[in-house]
Write a protein that binds this ligand. Structure first.
Ligand code: UT7
Length: 330
């Protein structure tokens, strides 16, 4: 039994925050943000919209496009670093409740910006082992709730949104996800971290005063490790599967910074037509960025059945991953 990537969907909250809006909030400029990151706008969820609301709406689209009934879904995996609730219940359980699906496993994955590829690896393994047939995977983030709006080095980077996909069992080898690779190196744990409000530094007045419950990042150091690690990881997965970069239809990387995307793409000899870039309009939406970008090209009519997609992601942990995925949807 193989795992096929059947469908993609996404949900983008309505409110748009521009670089000009940020100029009024912190000491920054549209010029700096554009030059260093490529970001022009990001979307921000409403106060009464939580991560599971975003994930639920993306999931509805992915399920509808998959052609299967929601009752056929036998597992829900949600990747997120901005769950509805800190410890429990999981955001996947909240999405299952909204979908009115019960008695199947539903759990979250914590792998930061690599979360969608970790979820994909999980779905592929469960399907290939025969333990599931139709898995809903979701990357959903309300990062605006964990961003420090007083920290100009991070608040300009992140946005909210969700993407989802249905991964199904198939006997047709041509539809099969070719390969998924995931990895991590915990020695970089404090390069990208929310230091407070976990068990290491429980929520307290001091943690709040230190603004420790918000994202902190050693941006420049993270940038350097990201470019090197991603270039090697993507090169390895192509070599391992004897696939030439020229036969990739869509390179869909995690959307953190256009400079990281273009550095990796040019090291691999990928042309600009192959690279999917949505960072300008959505910013960095962590685990949601890959399915949101994929959904964009699907809705533009550019993603066709049989197209070979190359995915890559890098994030806090550090974690990273890559995948070679033929699109098996319609
Ligand atoms: O998604 C998970 C993975 N994430 C990433 O891979 C993100 C990786 N990092 C990055 O994308 C980039 O490092 C950033 C966009 C975060 C920063 O760009 P940079 O070119 O690495 O800038 P920098 O951190 O070296 O800062 C350069 C200068 C500093 O000023 P001084 O010390 O040179 O005077 C910063 O204080 O830019 C200053 N700066 C800003 N200036 C205006 C930092 N943030 C801002 C800002 N507006 N928002």
């Amino acid at each position: 039994m193989y795992a096929a990537f059947r469908s993609v969907g996404a949900y983008v909250p309505q409110k748009v925050l521009t670089n000009q809006d940020l100029e009024k909030m912190v000491d920054t400029s549209d010029e700096w943000i554009t030059k260093r990151t490529g970001i022009k706008t990001r979307h921000i969820a409403a106060h009464d919209e939580s991560t599971s609301d975003l994930g639920f709406k993306a999931a509805l689209v992915a399920i509808e496009r998959s052609g299967i009934a929601k009752e056929q879904i036998d597992m829900i995996v949600c990747a997120t670093i901005s769950p509805d609730y800190l410890c429990m219940p999981s955001t996947a359980c909240m999405i299952a409740k909204r979908l009115d699906i019960a008695n199947i496993p539903a759990f979250d994955i914590s792998a930061a910006c690599s979360g969608f590829i970790y979820a994909l690896a999980t779905a592929k393994s469960f399907i290939e082992s025969g333990m599931a047939k139709n898995i809903l995977i979701i990357g959903a983030e309300k990062l605006s709730a964990i961003v420090d709006w007083q920290d100009r080095t991070t608040c300009i980077l992140f946005g909210d949104g969700a993407g989802a996909a249905v991964i199904s069992a198939t006997e047709n080898r041509e539809e099969a996800i070719t390969d998924v690779h995931i990895a991590a190196d915990g020695k970089y744990y404090d390069y990208l971290i929310t230091p407070g409000c976990g068990t290491n530094k429980p929520c307290s007045q001091i943690a709040l005063e230190e603004r420790a419950c918000f994202i902190k990042m050693k941006g420049n150091e993270t940038f350097k490790v990201a470019v090197k690690t991603l270039t090697n990881d993507v090169r390895d997965i192509l070599e391992k599967n004897s696939i030439d970069a020229s036969s990739i239809t869509h390179f869909i990387p995690h959307q953190a910074n256009y400079r990281i995307l273009t550095a990796v793409a040019s090291a691999l000899g990928l042309s600009s037509e192959q690279v999917v870039m949505t960072v300008a309009k959505y910013g960095n939406t962590s685990s949601a960025s890959i399915p949101m970008a994929m959904n964009d090209i699907y809705e533009e009519g550019k993603l066709k059945r049989g197209d070979m997609m190359l995915l890559d992601a890098f994030g806090g942990g550090f974690t990273w991953g890559s995948a070679l995925v033929p699109f098996a949807g319609n």
